[in-house]
Design a binder for this molecule. Structure first.
Ligand code: ADP
Ligand code: MG
Length: 597
């Protein structure tokens, strides 16, 4: 048959998918051709050899070289596993991602590459959403989810190989996994670990793990850098101007713009579209696409669509313009980018241990980040990177590396997780970059204040239950005590609403109406009760999409909140925590909620 023939040409045996037993689809072969051109494929044999001979391997390669999508498939091939459900124990491959979006997007892509259905052989697991089943042999999951799994399965026995990806991001969960896995590897000689990074600090990981390092050379084309002459007072405005300028005067090629968050990105997309529309038919058509974490998966997928064709034959070519948070810095690779616009900022977690306040602040990126951003422009041909800051500022103001999250986070949650796993001696825990003892102390104090640990630092019964909720300690404490205040139903709704993105929609054209709608839900006692009012109104209106639209509420977010709430209810049930409410007409209704929060 023809699939057999094409199968033999590209070396995949008889053309039968070993996972499904069905012949491979046409699409499989189309993607395979692309896959085989990725840099990691040139070192497949080398990787497999080193992988087989060692318990731990470090792999470093430029973004876009095929690490995240291909290496897990190489690993599956090397360990030769079966899909029969009862053999799944100890047999899965895990690949962690710091970002939810990457876990979702990449797993979908890999399912397509392997010609299987997402959620079956290839799945993903992120907080509050598990798309995997008994057949799953390759699971992409956030580093935080793997950490949670380790709470109930300390030796991670369901896995045969664990791949920790994007380690250069140095998220809190990844750093904690490092220390844990070092220990697990000693106790599980049959377990293998692959550590993958986008070039930065490779030697540091190598010496921490004492493992061989494979380098995948990128095939980066030269990228010309342009700095601004003077500092920009409004980087958003400057970014929009730059994009328009590129579209007007640069040769064909797609554009990637880095901004810091949803609102800013949506605003920029609208303004860019408007300005391009005003330029008439002298310029080619554009597709302007936002990319940020709370975007729906379907919208996220759109960034991989090609640029639009010219409006008429021989007319100016079209351009794709992606406006993204730093998700596009290393987590997701978009092909065809030739121009990068880098204003030099990102939202980053900042923690003040003295007042226990953790916040996301727009702050300058590091030199390493700026370098990664620049690299996005040179993947397929020579590119240009427009830095919206001065060269002097780049040299003098930017830190060399992004600070590990461990050193700028509230550690209470992490400590609770470690204690649940029986790891009490945090001072001697093998952190790659140990947090300051003072920060550890403050986190321990906070947990002690919440009653999660006793004065000797041991986990209390309350702390044990709290650790089961995938929430911040403050919030899980609230939930656990809420039945005592006769308001667990309400606290559940509030926690769920706080666990999803902002539900209020504020379109540029209807800001006043949107603000008025929001004010109708407002409660003088603050945001928590406002969110509760929104949730109640949504339920009272039978989750009606039209009601959501008219009240400037994002229905998808409310649906997500409902789903989160159900999952929290199940955890409550496991610990026999009562679901109850104070009578709404009672004077104590809001009072009790405030007591619990
Ligand atoms: P790395 O992890 O080394 O950065 P990836 O494995 O993520 O590289 O990407 C390899 C290639 O797969 C890139 O060319 C990227 O554009 C492509 N790719 C990844 N996800 C998708 C997707 N959802 N749709 C289309 N192409 C994708
Ligand atoms: Mg990757």
């Amino acid at each position: 048959s023809s699939s057999e023939a094409s199968g033999r040409i590209i070396g995949v045996g008889l053309g039968i998918n070993i996972w499904t037993g069905r012949p491979y689809s046409q699409r499989y072969y189309e993607i395979l051709v692309k896959r085989r051109g990725l840099p990691v494929w040139h070192q497949k044999e080398e990787f497999l050899q080193v992988f087989k001979a060692n318990q731990t391997v470090i792999l470093v390669g430029e973004t876009g070289s095929g690490k995240t999508t291909q290496i897990p498939q190489f690993v599956l091939e090397a360990i030769n596993i079966k899909t029969t459900p009862d053999k799944c124990k100890k047999m899965m491959v895990a690949c962690t991602q710091p970002r939810r979006v990457a876990a979702m997007s990449v797993s979908r892509r890999v399912a397509e590459e392997m010609d299987v259905t997402i959620g079956e052989e290839v799945g993903y697991s992120i907080r509050f959403e598990d798309r995997s089943n008994a057949r799953t042999i390759l699971k992409y999951l956030t580093d935080g989810m793997l950490l949670r799994e380790a709470m109930t399965d300390p030796l991670l026995e369901r896995y045969k190989v664990i791949i920790i990806d994007e380690v250069h991001e140095r998220t809190l969960a990844t750093d904690v996994l490092f220390g844990l896995l070092k220990q697990v590897l000693i106790n599980r000689p049959d377990l293998k670990l692959v550590v993958m990074s986008a070039t930065l600090e490779a030697e540091k990981f190598q010496s921490y793990f004492d493992a061989p390092l494979i380098k995948v050379p990128g095939r980066l084309h030269p990228v010309e850098i342009f700095y601004t002459e003077n500092p920009e007072s409004d980087y958003l405005d400057a970014a929009i101007q730059t994009v328009v300028q590129i579209h007007r005067s640069e040769t064909p090629g797609d554009v990637l713009v880095f901004l810091t968050g949803e609102e800013e990105i949506e605003d920029a997309c609208r303004k860019i579209m408007k300005k391009v529309a005003n330029m008439g038919d002298k310029v080619g058509p554009v597709k302007v696409m936002p990319l940020y974490s709370s975007l729906s998966p379907a919208m996220q997928q759109k960034i991989f669509e090609p640029a639009p064709p010219p409006l008429k034959e021989g007319g100016p070519t079209g351009r794709k313009i992606v406006v993204s948070t730093n998700i596009a810095e290393t987590s997701l690779t978009i092909d065809g980018i030739v121009y990068v616009v880098d204003p030099g900022f990102a939202k980053q977690k900042v923690y003040d241990p003295r007042v226990h306040v953790e916040s996301l602040l727009v702050s300058p990126i590091s030199k390493a980040s700026a370098h990664q951003r620049l690299g996005r422009a040179g993947r397929t041909q020579p590119g240009k990177c427009f830095r919206l800051y001065t060269e002097k500022s780049f040299q003098n103001d930017l830190q060399p590396q992004t600070y590990p999250e461990m050193l700028r986070s509230n550690l209470a949650n992490m400590i609770l997780t470690l204690k649940k796993m029986g790891i009490n001696d945090l001072v001697h825990f093998d952190f790659m970059d140990a947090p300051a003892p003072e920060t550890l102390m403050r986190a321990l104090e906070a947990l002690n204040y919440l009653g999660a640990i006793d004065d000797d630092g041991n986990l209390t019964k309350l702390g044990e239950i709290m650790s089961e909720f995938p929430l911040d300690p403050q919030m899980s404490k609230m939930l656990v005590v809420s039945p005592k205040f006769n308001c667990s139903n309400e606290i559940l709704s509030i926690s769920a609403m706080l666990s999803v993105p902002n539900c209020f929609v504020r379109p540029k054209k209807a800001q006043k109406a949107a603000d008025e709608a929001k004010a109708r839900f407002g409660h003088i006692d603050g945001d928590h009760l406002t969110l509760l009012n929104v949730y109640h109104a949504y339920k009272q209106n039978n989750e009606d999409p039209l009601w959501c639209y008219e009240n400037f509420i994002n229905q998808r977010v409310l649906k997500a909140a409902d789903n989160v709430r159900q999952q929290l209810v199940r955890i409550m049930a496991r610990f026999n925590l009562r679901l109850c409410s104070t009578n709404f007409n009672s004077r104590d209704y809001y009072m009790n909620i405030r007591k619990a929060t």
